[in-house]
Design a protein around this ligand. Structure first.
Ligand code: SAH
Length: 238
C-alpha cells in the first residue's frame, strides 16, 4: 500500500475478512442494518430528498447506506479502500437490480483531486474512527461537495461513558460487535470534528445523538451525543 495513503492496512483487512457477512442482518453488521433507516431519514430531513442528486458515500463498506440512498433515487458513488467489501457491495446492487449506484476503490483525498465540487451530498459514516488522519478525510469531503452542498458524518465520541458503552458494552457485554472493532483513542469529540469541519470550510448545521437501548434492542435518534453521534455540515456558497 502507498505509504502516503491515509489508511490503516490492519483496519482494511479487518473489514475485508468479515465482508461476506455484510448483508446478513444478524451478523457483526447488525448495528449498521439497524441504524440505517434512522440515518437515511435524518440525512433527507436536512439535505432534502436525494432523488436525482449526486451523492458520494465515503467508506461505504458493503454498501448498506449507499444502496439505500440509491433506492431513494440518488445517483450514488460509494468509495472504500477495502476490496472485499466493495465487491460485496457491487454484487448486492446487481442482485437487487439497483442501477444508480457505483463503487470504486479510491481514497477520498484522491477523488477530491480528481473531481472537486462534484457532489450535492457527501456521507461519511462510522469511518472516521478507523483512519490515521480523520481531519484529512473531512477536508477531502469538503472539497468533494458542491458549494452549498451537505456533508454528513457519524462517529463515536471520546469520554469515559463512550468507552464503557461503545467498547465494554458493545464488544464485551452485549457482543454486538467483534472485540477489537474500535480503539478508544481514535474516537472523536464533536468539538474536534466541528473544528476540522470549520477549518475545511464547512458550517456545522446539526448534531444528533444515536442511542441504543439494550432492553428493547433498538436504536433511536436522541439529544444525547455522548456515545454515537451524527453531525451535519454544509459548505459555504462562496
Ligand atoms: N460507512 C459504512 C461502513 C462502515 S464500516 C456504513 O456505515 O454502513 C467502516 C468502513 O470504513 C469499512 O468499510 C472500511 O473498509 C472503511 N475504511 C477504513 N479506512 C478507510 C480509508 N482510509 N478510506 C476509505 N475507507 C476506509
Amino acid at each position: 500500500m502507498d505509504a502516503r495513503l491515509n489508511a490503516d492496512a490492519a483496519e482494511l483487512a479487518k473489514f475485508s475478512e468479515l465482508a461476506h457477512r455484510w448483508w446478513d442482518p444478524d451478523s457483526e453488521f447488525r448495528p449498521l442494518h439497524q441504524i440505517n433507516p434512522l440515518r437515511l431519514g435524518w440525512i433527507e430531513s436536512l439535505a432534502g430528498p436525494l432523488r436525482g442528486r449526486a451523492v458520494l458515500d465515503v467508506g461505504c463498506g458493503g454498501g448498506i447506506l449507499a444502496e439505500a440512498m440509491a433506492r431513494q433515487g440518488g445517483d450514488v458513488l460509494g468509495i472504500d479502500l477495502a476490496d472485499k467489501p466493495l465487491k460485496v457491495a457491487q454484487l448486492h446492487a446487481l442482485e437487487q437490480q439497483v442501477a444508480n449506484v457505483r463503487y470504486r476503490a479510491v481514497s477520498a483525498e484522491a477523488l477530491a483531486d480528481e473531481q472537486p465540487g462534484t457532489f450535492d451530498v457527501v456521507t461519511c459514516m462510522e469511518m472516521l474512527e478507523h483512519v490515521p488522519d480523520p481531519a484529512s478525510i473531512v477536508n477531502a469531503c469538503a472539497r468533494l461537495v458542491k458549494p452549498g452542498g451537505w456533508v454528513m458524518f457519524s462517529t463515536l465520541n471520546r469520554n469515559p461513558k463512550a468507552f464503557l458503552f461503545a467498547i465494554v458494552g458493545a464488544e464485551y457485554v452485549l457482543r454486538l460487535l467483534p472485540r477489537g472493532t474500535h480503539e478508544y483513542r481514535k474516537f472523536i469529540r464533536p468539538s474536534e470534528l466541528a473544528g476540522w469541519a470549520r477549518q475545511a470550510g464547512l458550517d456545522v448545521r446539526a448534531l444528533r445523538g444515536l442511542t441504543y437501548n439494550p432492553l428493547t434492542q433498538r436504536y433511536a435518534l436522541a439529544s444525547d451525543t455522548s456515545v454515537n453521534y451524527l453531525m451535519a455540515t454544509q459548505r459555504g456558497q462562496g
